[in-house]
Each structure stands twice: as C-alpha cells, then as structure tokens.
Design a protein around this ligand. Structure first.
Ligand SMILES: Cc1cc2nc3c(=O)[nH]c(=O)nc-3n(C[C@H](O)[C@H](O)[C@H](O)COP(=O)(O)OP(=O)(O)OC[C@H]3O[C@@H](n4cnc5c(N)ncnc54)[C@H](O)[C@@H]3O)c2cc1C
Ligand code: SF4
Length: 346
C-alpha cells in the first residue's frame, strides 16, 4: 500500500493570530478523544504513471469532479472495468497550500483577451487553482483529483425545482423536468453527507452579521418579524465529528474551523470527492490516474478511441491512445466542451 501524508495539526495549533484562536476554540468544543486521530495518514488513490493504463476499459471517465467521480463510483459498483483520467494532481490532506506563496505556486493562469501584450500562460497545467481570463468572462475552477470539490466553499443545497422552470433553460431540458427532478439525490446526500455548522461550535462573527442583515430585510422588505423564517444554517459538505473510518473506509478529522476550505482542507474534514465517491470507486476496482489530459475522443467501430497526453515525467506530452465501450465526459463545463471541440477537428 502506498501511503500519503501526515496531517499538519501541530502547525495549526502553533500558528499565531486570529486563526489559531478560532482553531483552539473549536478544538476545546470537540470530544477529548479526538486528539488521538491526529496520527492519521492517507493512502494514495491514484497513479500518475501512464504506462499502467490498460489498452481497453468498459468505461473511461474523463475528469474527477462531481460529474466524473459519481459516474465512476456507480459504474465500478456495477462491476464493469472503470478508468478515471484526471488532468491535475492528487493532493491529500496536509498537501494543500497553507500561505499565499504556496497558493501562488499552485495556481495556473491562462489569459486570452486578444491583447498580445498581456495574453500569456502562467504555472503548470496540473496546478490546483485554474484561472482562465477572457475578454468578458473570467473563470476559476479546481484542477486535481476531486476537481472543484477541492477548492469550493462546501455549501451543499438541494436544488429548488422552480429554478429549472426558468425559460433560460433549453426547451428540450424543460420538457424533461420530471426526469431531472426525479433523480435519486438521496444517494448523493448519503455519500457527500452535508451538515449545518453545529451549534456546539463557536459562534461566527460573519454569521451574526448576516443574521442581522437578514432580520432587517425580513422586516422591511418581506414584512416578516421572525428572522428564523428566512434565516437558517445551510448544509455544508464538512465533517464535524472525528471518525477513524467513514462510510467508505477513509479517516476524517472533525473540522477545526481554520477557514481554508477554498484552498484545500489540510485536516481531511472537508467532504471532498477524495473522501467519498473516489475511494468508493477505487474500493470497487476502478483504476485512477492523475496528470493525464484527454485531447480528443473519436468513434472507432463499436468502440471509443480516447487520445491523451500525460503531464507526469514518463514521456510527458507524447500522445497515447486507450479504448473504451463507454466514455463519460466529466471534465467540467469548459474542459468537456474543449474536448468536444478538439474531437470535431479530427
Ligand atoms: C472557488 C469555488 C467555490 C465554489 N463553491 C461552491 C459551493 O459552495 N457550493 C456548490 O454547490 N458549488 C460551488 N462551486 C462550484 C462547484 O465546485 C462546481 O460546480 C463543480 O465542481 C463542478 O463539477 P464538475 O464535475 O462539473 O467539474 P469540475 O469539478 O470542474 O471537475 C472537472 C475535472 O476535470 C478535469 N479536467 C478538465 N479537463 C480535462 C481533460 N482534458 N482531461 C482530464 N481531466 C480534465 C479538471 O482538472 C477537473 O478536476 C464552487 C466553485 C469554485 C471554483
Ligand atoms: S473544512 Fe474548511 S474550515 Fe474545516 S478544517 Fe477543513 S479547511 Fe478548515
């Protein structure tokens, strides 16, 4: 078994300032038994050696964000051969940036404004935070095993069916709303385990200020006296209880309140996809590879031909091929579109 990282809890306890005070408060609110869990290490889920990729799989999943990881877990559970290919690296708790310099080193920027003086590419295509600057739209997305889940803000809300009734959605989509609203979301909740910020945790200044603002809006705009009718603690994809082995066998610490969720959780408390769907896929036989970027997919008889390059050291940049019965495009809205556009050119 290949072992990952040791959690940097001592660093957090020793660091000074407001962050350390919040962490100390949270730790004193945790169960006393929690400290023994600070010894945890994490196993690697992926390989970055492209030579281990087999020539053919039943299912090839491109990208390892929510779309890719959920599909990989479900397909692996169905007993077919599954391969997940992710462009970014695998970062386990303890390996995420912890200060502005480390964050800068984990950021890739692609500026495409049409102005040759400022247009450029900075960083590596495997860096964690992926920023694309265009003339009128700038996009920030996650790049790594777990995709956007690694750097998102953890807020996990169920979708309100009224959102999909908006005429902005394509007609074909609106005509199929029964199927959209009927999706088994209960399964996702059981895997991602959303939970509100617990009342036993320290009160947060920002939450207090938001409640104050909500009270004013409720009274003056909505004519509602009871703020609790409009203000609530949303559910978060965060673990608030130490566990040696979660529902897929991964250890997780309770959240220490460090506030670094959007640069990656170094405590294993955030319920990112490397804490649930991806280990589940691996437990059910999926092969997972990082630093592998798909260039294009093409139909070849009964199969799909998937062309990729690797960013790992072994023959990096050389185009290779694997084959699949089914390809699942889970490279995000921009990444999947880019693959489809590249594929059309071939
Ligand atoms: C800072 C931030 C905060 C957010 N906060 C929230 C929040 O609080 N709540 C919420 O619900 N949503 C939030 N989101 C949005 C949410 O994270 C995304 O909607 C979600 O991650 C999208 O999932 P996805 O599977 O479509 O794509 P992604 O998660 O983007 O995954 C796509 C993966 O594919 C990989 N990839 C791309 N191209 C290729 C290629 N050619 N070959 C191989 N791999 C490739 C990428 O590296 C990436 O890992 C936030 C996003 C960001 C950036
Ligand atoms: S979930 Fe966020 S606040 Fe909690 S320990 Fe992880 S990074 Fe810190």
């Amino acid at each position: 078994m290949e072992f990952g990282t040791r959690l940097p809890v001592l660093n957090a306890r020793q660091s000074g300032g407001a962050r350390s005070r919040v962490i100390s408060k949270v730790m004193s609110a945790l169960e006393p038994s929690s400290t023994f869990l600070f010894q945890y290490t994490y196993s690697r889920l992926s390989k970055s050696t492209a030579t281990d990729i087999k020539a053919k799989y039943n299912v090839v999943v491109i990208g390892s964000g929510y779309g890719g990881s959920i599909a990989a877990s479900r397909a692996a559970r169905a007993g077919v051969s599954v391969c997940v290919l992710e462009r970014g690296k695998e970062l386990q708790p303890g390996e995420y940036p912890d200060d502005i310099h480390q964050a800068a080193r984990e950021t890739q920027v692609d500026i495409n404004t049409g102005d040759s003086i400022i247009d450029c590419k900075l960083g590596q295509p495997t860096d964690l935070v992926d920023v694309i600057v265009n003339h009128d739209v700038t996009v920030v997305k996650g790049c790594g095993l777990g995709g956007g889940s690694l750097i998102n803000a953890n807020v996990g809300l169920d979708c309100d069916p009224r959102v999909f009734e908006d005429e902005a959605w394509p007609k074909a989509f609106r005509d199929d709303l029964a199927a959209v609203n009927g999706v088994d979301r209960e399964h996702a909740w059981q895997m991602l385990k959303p939970a509100p910020y617990p009342r036993r945790y320290p009160s947060l200044t920002k939450m207090g200020q938001l409640k104050k603002a909500a009270k004013a809006v409720a009274k003056e705009v909505l004519d509602i006296e009871d703020v609790d009718k409009v203000f609530y603690r949303p559910t978060l994809y965060v673990n608030f209880k130490d566990t040696k082995s979660n529902h897929v066998g991964v250890p997780q610490l309770a959240c220490v309140g460090c506030g670094n969720c959007c640069s990656g959780c170094n405590y294993g408390a955030k319920n990112t996809l490397i804490m649930n769907y991806l280990p589940d896929a691996k437990n059910h036989g999926a092969d997972i590879f990082t630093k592998v970027e798909i260039e294009a997919i093409e139909r070849d008889g009964e199969e799909w031909r998937v062309s990729y390059v690797t960013h790992a050291d072994d023959n990096a940049g050389e185009e290779r091929i694997l084959r699949a019965d089914i390809v699942i495009l889970g490279a995000g809205s921009l990444g999947s579109t880019k693959i489809l556009l590249n594929s059309r050119k071939r």
